[in-house]
Design a protein around this ligand. Structure first.
Ligand SMILES: [Zn+2]
Length: 306
């Protein structure tokens, strides 16, 4: 019997569609079984817009990764799934018509969730989207997730730095330690008003400012992104969280995105860190594979077929 440190994992939230072939090959060599791409934003492909994107643009943000997901496995030997949503990181026009496309797109076998989406005070390209209108578009998406009974990926905003090509828009009155919670409260009020089952919800981009709240005040899954430099959460933070709270509702993700620095090995590093700490392999498997497999209903086997 040979032994190997590689534990298969699911990257439960990323924008890998913006990364080049070599990055896919590196990721594919690390034990990844599947990735869930969050689609709906132009900046993940390093696109810059000087006009508000419209229905044709949104369709493209969604349909390109969906088409790619259908053929990627043959080339890179891991499965690719897609979540679709209107995220508020980019203002879009004709969102009513875009929302009408979602039910049919969700019938495709590789499309597994609505999202990411979540109220955000900052939009790319300087195109502000008033919070009151965001709340309406957000509520429509929560309602769709409930009606269609599909997983919902909740984006929580991260305090941005001007270097993220946001310029003066990056300035915020809200102190960093209250920033995520401030907008998460708006989201949760709508989610609970509509009555979306928390078992269908992942609160994503969780850091130490909302971790306790998400664990104690909700029954949602907790997504932690550890593979890109926009946020300070890293493999060590995820491993600390598993050790401290157990793996029950935790889901690891890379949130790899093409416009900031990434660590393609972030999730395998987390797994190795957890093994060094002596965390039970079954518990590691829950946090890096089983929870995402159940949440997104991917029905993946942990062992390759003989
Ligand atoms: Zn993301």
């Amino acid at each position: 019997m040979v032994s190997s440190a590689v534990i298969p994992y699911i990257d439960s939230h990323c924008h890998t569609h913006g990364l080049p072939y070599d990055a896919w090959e590196t990721i594919g060599s690390t034990g990844v079984a599947a990735v869930v791409i969050s689609a709906g934003n132009p900046h993940v492909h390093r696109e810059i817009h000087d006009e508000v994107p419209d229905l044709a643009d949104v369709r493209r943000y969604w349909e390109e990764p969906i088409r790619f997901s259908e053929s990627a496995e043959k080339m890179h030997f891991f499965k690719v799934f897609v979540g679709i949503g209107i995220s508020f990181m980019t203002r879009v026009d004709q969102w009513e018509q875009a929302l009408e496309l979602i039910p049919d797109l969700l019938k495709k076998p590789n499309v597994v969730a609505i999202g990411e989406t979540g109220i955000d005070p900052i939009q790319y390209f300087g195109m502000r989207w008033p919070l009151e209108e965001q709340k309406i578009v957000f509520e429509e998406q929560v309602r769709l997730a409930k009606e269609l009974n599909v997983p919902f990926i909740l984006h929580t905003p991260t305090p941005k730095k001007s270097r993220d090509f946001l310029h003066e828009l990056a300035v915020s009155e809200i102190p960093n330690e209250n920033y995520k919670r401030h907008f998460l409260d708006m989201d949760m009020e709508i989610i609970n008003k509509i009555g979306l089952d928390h078992k269908r919800l992942v609160i994503d981009h969780v850091d130490e400012t909302i971790l306790e709240y998400a664990l104690k005040e909700t029954n949602a899954y907790i997504g932690i992104g550890i593979g890109q430099t926009l946020r300070h959460t890293n493999p060590e933070f995820f491993a600390d969280t598993v050790e401290r709270y157990g793996p029950e509702r935790l889901m690891v993700n890379s949130d790899h995105v093409a416009y900031v620095g990434t660590d393609l090995l972030a999730i395998p590093k987390t797994i190795r860190d957890l093994r060094r700490r002596g965390v039970d392999v079954a518990d590691i498997g829950k946090a890096v594979f089983d929870n995402a497999n159940e949440f997104y209903e991917l029905n993946l086997e942990t062992q390759p077929a003989a």
